[in-house]
Design a protein around this ligand. Structure first.
Ligand code: 6GU
Length: 252
């Protein structure tokens, strides 16, 4: 997958060289390029923002540098290889649709993503309007709180997407068991996990996990997932009817 990122803080993306993502880049699974938005300004001060029309607090990102930046990334990406005719543009913004695991799975199927990271009160709305005429656009929010800019949100989205790419995780099954993944544990939070030693500071690993009874282990994990979901995210269970119960939920 190719990923281009445009930001006034390219240094913010240093974590992309660490751990899972660093290895995926080194292995050639991820081809990431970070671009400085100010490279597409034309004035001496490399200005990227201005006061909002209609008044109000803060500053708004000017459309011209963004327009030139997105045009240049499109042109360079097309030259670089046959990934796709156009990228999917992802704009992290608190006004966007809530980013979920479903988005992560859809984005993971794309050959080319382009992230536009805004600062201040946001990017002039005509930038997305103009981009939509040439490429698909997702405006996504990572939660109901306000960040200082889209950079950390872009990192979150890129990590969630990248770990779904073939060859990025060591164990392909760990994607299947994720909280929010599709399948028998869909929309349930994962329960607690344990490793050796079996006894630590007088806290014991639940005996069923040492029993070797795979059916009992699966039953216990399902129960723990339901309990944790009820405690931490009751709204995930609220919409469920009897037909959503696992067959095993009906066995005592
Ligand atoms: Cl994607 N950007 C900003 N600036 N704040 C956010 C956000 C994104 N998601 C939640 N808060």
């Amino acid at each position: 997958m190719r990923i281009d990122i445009v930001s006034i803080f390219p240094e913010y993306f240093a974590p992309l060289d660490v751990s899972l993502l660093g290895k995926a880049r080194a292995a050639g699974i991820l081809d990431i390029e970070v671009h400085q938005l100010r490279d597409w300004t034309t004035d001496r001060h490399r200005t990227v923002d201005d006061t909002p029309y209609g008044g109000g607090p803060g500053m708004v990102m000017k459309p011209e540098p963004w327009g030139r930046a997105l045009d240049a990334v499109l042109a360079a990406g097309r030259e670089a290889g046959p990934a796709a005719p156009v990228p999917r543009l992802v704009v992290p913004t608190p006004s966007g649709r809530p980013f979920t695991q479903v988005h992560a799975q859809r984005l993971a199927a794309e050959p080319w993503l382009l992230f536009a990271c805004g600062r201040y009160e946001g990017i002039d709305a005509r930038v997305v309007e103009d981009a939509r005429q040439r490429m698909p656009v997702d405006e996504l929010s990572i939660g109901d709180y306000v960040l200082a800019g889209g950079e950390s949100a872009a990192l979150v989205i890129i990590e969630a997407v990248s770990r779904l790419l073939p060859g990025v995780l060591g164990n392909a099954d760990s994607v299947v068991d994720d909280s929010f993944a599709a399948g028998p544990m869909s929309a349930l939070l994962e329960g607690p996990v344990y490793t050796k030693p079996a006894s630590w500071r007088e806290h014991e690993v639940p005996a069923v996990l040492l029993s070797g009874d795979h059916g009992a282990v699966a039953r216990w994990r399902r129960d723990q997932a339901l309990l944790r979901t009820a405690a931490n995210r009751p709204e995930l269970l609220a919409g469920r009817g009897p037909d959503d119960l696992d067959r095993r939920d009906l066995e005592v």
